[in-house]
Design a protein around this ligand. Structure first.
Ligand code: NAD
Ligand code: UDP
Length: 337
């Protein structure tokens, strides 16, 4: 089976490439490298000892995308490509709607033209908005608090509408919780450009002494130690979840939303302490003001993923943090060494 991955060179995409190749799938990668490097795909080839075609193109370039579908026997799509920085989306909403929403529309139109009717979409737990009832379940009400979230919400709705209009179409909307960690080889990992927005890349850059101290955004939340609770999930577990979702979509028509989380919640201070323990590296930090929009807690019900996909996360926080550190230590400047 041949699978097209949009955003293949990105953090989650590259780990999913490895998982698919190891499971015997043929893959085709496309990426415009706006937030990644082609080196990531070379590392995927190195890890798996397998080659595959990859194209540098922008998803919104309909003609170039059509040429890929003409050249390759694509049967299913995993759609990772998109912009993902929440703060940036507040400042540049149009760029986010254009890239994420319009890019998805172009992709779906070309898929329709080539009769490809199976898609796995990278959604996010952010579509639960300011929900306070935990764990978050797929049947809960949705609502977003920033433009990034609204692009995910809108694409989810578009896919639901498409499945309703075409009974032969399959879509799985994967709502990721907090992906962290890296492939066990240390060859691929999270490589954000500039000052990281997310907790883990900030922690590893403090560990490698590129940044001095980690700002902990508030310790007065309604949680046991005052810092927010999140559901951190190993990116390799997440990658396995995509293969399970693809197999599900191959056997079932219609649209399903599925959370990919571990069902366990960890606080920011627990992440720091566990990182120090498993890696033997100090993480100097200070308590900074709250970051706007951060919720007390966000963690997943795992019931639907287990029931529908037969998938469950296996790796614990210690393993996530060991692997994140191995990646950063081996690649102190990421892919741009
Ligand atoms: P990433 O930025 O590492 O990967 C996205 C990839 O898409 C990048 O390689 C980027 O260059 C590419 N891309 C962006 N716009 C494109 C376009 N118009 N044409 C072609 N390529 C384009 O992000 P990631 O962490 O791997 O996330 C993958 C997906 O999962 C994204 O859609 C993101 O919104 C979603 N997601 C990520 C997280 C997270 O914390 N990492 C959480 C929830 C959801
Ligand atoms: N966080 C922090 N300092 C940072 C980055 C993040 O204290 O430099 C906290 C943030 O407040 C949240 C948690 O770490 O409670 C996870 O944040 P991240 O941005 O990684 O993911 P989010 O849950 O916001 O999607």
């Amino acid at each position: 089976m041949s699978v097209l991955l949009t955003g293949a060179a990105g953090y989650v995409g590259s780990h999913t490439c490895v998982e698919l190749l190891n499971r015997g799938f043929s893959i085709v990668g496309i990426d415009n490298y706006i937030n990644s490097s082609p080196v990531a795909l070379d590392r995927v080839r190195q890890i798996t000892s397998k080659d595959f075609p990859s194209y540098e193109l922008d998803l919104r370039d309909e003609r170039a995308l059509r040429a890929v579908f003409e050249a390759q026997p694509i049967e299913a799509v995993i759609h990772f490509a998109g912009l993902k920085a929440v703060g940036e989306s507040v400042k540049k909403p149009l760029e986010y709607y254009d890239n994420n929403l319009y890019g998805s529309i172009v992709l779906l139109k070309v898929m329709r033209e080539f009769a490809v009717r199976s898609i796995i979409f990278s959604s996010s737990a952010t579509v639960y908005g300011a929900a306070t009832q935990m764990p978050l379940r797929e049947d809960m009400a949705l609502g977003c608090v920033n433009p990034y979230g609204w692009t995910k919400f809108a694409i989810e709705q578009m896919l639901r509408d498409l499945c309703a209009a075409d009974p032969g179409f399959s879509a799985v909307l994967l709502r990721y919780f907090n992906p962290v960690g890296a492939h066990e080889s240390g060859l691929i990992g999270d490589d954000p450009s500039g000052i990281p927005n997310n907790l883990l890349p900030y922690v590893t850059r403090v560990a490698v002494e590129e940044l001095q101290r980690l700002p902990v955004f508030g310790n007065d939340y309604n949680t046991p130690d005052g810092t927010p609770l999140r559901d951190y999930i190993h990116v390799s577990d997440l990658a396995r979840g995509h293969v399970a979702a693809m197999e599900y979509a191959g056997a079932h028509k219609g649209c399903e939303a599925v959370n990919l989380g571990t069902g366990k919640a960890s606080s920011v201070l627990e992440v720091i302490k566990t990182f120090e323990q498993v890696n033997g590296v100090p993480i100097p930090y200070f308590i900074a003001p709250r970051r706007a929009g951060d919720a007390d807690e966000s963690w997943s019900s795992t019931e639907k993923a287990e029931r529908l996909l037969g998938w469950k996360a296996e790796k614990g926080l210690g393993e996530m943090l060991r692997d994140a550190w191995r990646w950063q230590k081996q690649n102190p400047k990421g892919y741009h060494a």
